[in-house]
Design a protein around this ligand. Structure first.
Ligand code: HEC
Length: 199
């Protein structure tokens, strides 16, 4: 009996030891998640946490990069409020272009591209059934269309080429619309209307 215990102890410690060694060589699955994302995930409900943990490592890296590409973090602001900020910037660009104000256009476009990241990050506000590798894989494309075009608009404005800058307005809006069709659902629906919604 004594022997069995000591043998199994030896076995256990060697397993522990070897797993320790291999852990040093290759990080555990949870550790592949970037630190900022790990912090965010801690604040998620169990349902959302499970969905985020199940995303492919590549997509987790991509989402982390998207977050890291934005230097401004909101403390309490939610995604809907940030979206209204983004809309304000878009309107500011339109106003600037209409009034031949290249500097205002460039600055507002760069603020739009570097919008604040809402409390908890983007995923916290997406419908749960859209938090999967397949649906979220379009995020970098949406980002390129909206923020890439905004940065191109800013560059054109810097060069004083407002006609060129103006062409990017529709590209940006195409990205807003595409993302909304996929991830926004139907905003402002009343729970107290008896007629079903048309969508
Ligand atoms: C990455 C996807 C994505 C992109 C790109 C995006 N939005 Fe949104 N937007 C959302 C989601 C999701 C919501 C719903 C947020 C909520 O209600 O919590 C939303 C909500 C909004 C709202 C709040 C009111 C409403 O209708 O729900 C406004 C305003 C808005 N977006 C404007 C814009 C504008 C302008 C752009 C482009 C410059 C844009 N969005 C680009 C995902 C996106």
């Amino acid at each position: 009996m004594k022997k069995t215990i000591s043998v199994s102890l030896m076995l256990a410690s060697s397993i522990l030891l070897s797993s320790h060694v291999s852990a040093a060589e290759a990080p555990k699955p949870g550790a592949q998640m970037p630190v900022e994302m790990q912090q965010m995930v801690k604040t998620y409900s169990p349902e959302l946490r499970q969905k985020v943990m199940a995303l492919s490592p590549e997509l987790k890296g991509t989402i982390q990069k998207l977050h890291a590409g934005h230097t401004r973090r909101a403390k309490e602001t939610n995604l809907r409020q940030i979206m209204h900020e983004i809309l304000s910037e878009y309107q500011s660009i339109a106003s600037a272009l209409a009034t031949d104000n290249a500097e205002q256009a460039a600055e507002a476009a760069r603020r739009l591209a570097n919008h604040r990241i809402p409390k908890g990050g983007l995923l916290a506000y997406f419908p749960l059934d859209k938090v999967n590798t397949n649906d979220l894989s379009v995020l970098p494309t949406m980002n390129d269309i909206v923020e890439g075009s905004a940065l191109k608009l800013a560059d054109a404005a810097d060069k004083g080429d407002l006609p060129m800058a103006a062409t990017y307005m529709s590209e940006i809006m195409t990205g807003c619309v595409a993302c909304h069709q996929k991830f926004r659902g139907v905003p402002g629906v009343s729970a107290n209307l008896m007629t079903p919604t048309s969508k």
